[in-house]
Design a binder for this molecule. Sequence first.
Ligand code: CO8
Length: 372
Amino acid sequence: MHRVAISSTGLFIPPHTISNQELVTAFNQFADLENSRHAAEISAGQRQPIQPSSVEFIEKASGIKRRYVMEKSGVLDPQRMYPRLQARPDHELSLMAEIGVAAARDALSGADKTVADVDGLICAAANMQRAYPAMAVEIQTALGIKGFGFDMNVACSSATFGIDMAVNAVRTGSARAILVVNPEITSPHLAWRDRDCHFIFGDVCTATLVERLDNAPAGAFEVLGTRLLTTFSNNIRNNAGFMSRSEGRHPEDRDQLFYQEGRKVFKEVCPMAAEHISSHLAEHGLSPNDVRRYWLHQANLGMNQLIARKLLGRDASAEDAPVILDEFGNTASAGSIIAFHRHRADIQAGEFGVVCSFGAGYSIGSVLLRRS
Ligand code: CO8
């Protein structure tokens, strides 16, 4: 058995940002167009008008101020309201693989490693661009990694669950190092025409290099343990899948995109996540106040504040639980990894930190770290 560390992380940031104001302006134009198109039905009481969105609501309810996207003109076109992405020929690198390669290279250079040091690659994300061949194999081959790659999807917990798989492979000796890559292109799966959720997600890609502690650079974060939990819930869903065509579904049908019961998610997941983290820490003889930093999943600012308060018994500062969702929105599984990527340099040797994700499934994954 080997001791295992996270050596480094990588980040790819998409080229476009959408501010809340831009988003709300486009949404409200769309609402006006739809309402005037259906004016007769609305005035006859046969149809409800679409209500406008508001910047104030979005910031207060979520803490999100802007988000990055791969393509913005289609999202902001009130006649369209989803990104304009170009289909690529099969011989070209696919979009998800392209951003995966960029984040993976960033992670490798952060640890001063090359692809020759890596034996496998896991592509772990909430949405895959296609059914097969696996995205991971395309990214692995584009990078030139000899070994293996596979995809996995546990929605917002994909990154932490992927890290768990990588840690086990390195600990037991089946690989020296594994890259866990999280290309989260959420924008094509978001219902931009639904004001309840049109502000939530953003695109990004993160990568995490997991390797033997004795091969890792000084200052790497030793993985002391991982803990995973799932329990089925219909409160966050997307029914699009390979049976959709046979079921006679249309891509615009509301359940073929992301939908959720946000209030229920908030109420049910916060206590589960706090309990999950504190019992994970207890397994290692630690209490929540022994932890210098929590890099939490970035879905909602209020959610993170509540979880941190439940853990620490006081209000958490940005020191305790840094926030990146104001800039990125909810980036599905990448959020906690972006927080770790951006906010770990000041952690001292011997100090503890926890990366924790939570989301659809429900799924919760925590990774307990100690700086070496
Ligand atoms: N502007 C103005 N008003 C609005 C808007 C808006 N944009 N949206 C809703 N309102 C209104 C509502 O209609 C409602 O009005 P009324 O009181 O008259 O009914 C009122 O504002 C309050 O609405 P909510 O109760 O919905 O508001 P909340 O305070 O609950 O906030 C949130 C909504 C922000 C969605 C909040 O509930 C939340 O963040 N919950 C947690 C959700 C969460 O964490 N989900 C995880 C999803 S991510 C995941 O697991 C990965 C999925 C895979 C990725 C998919 C990629 C696309």
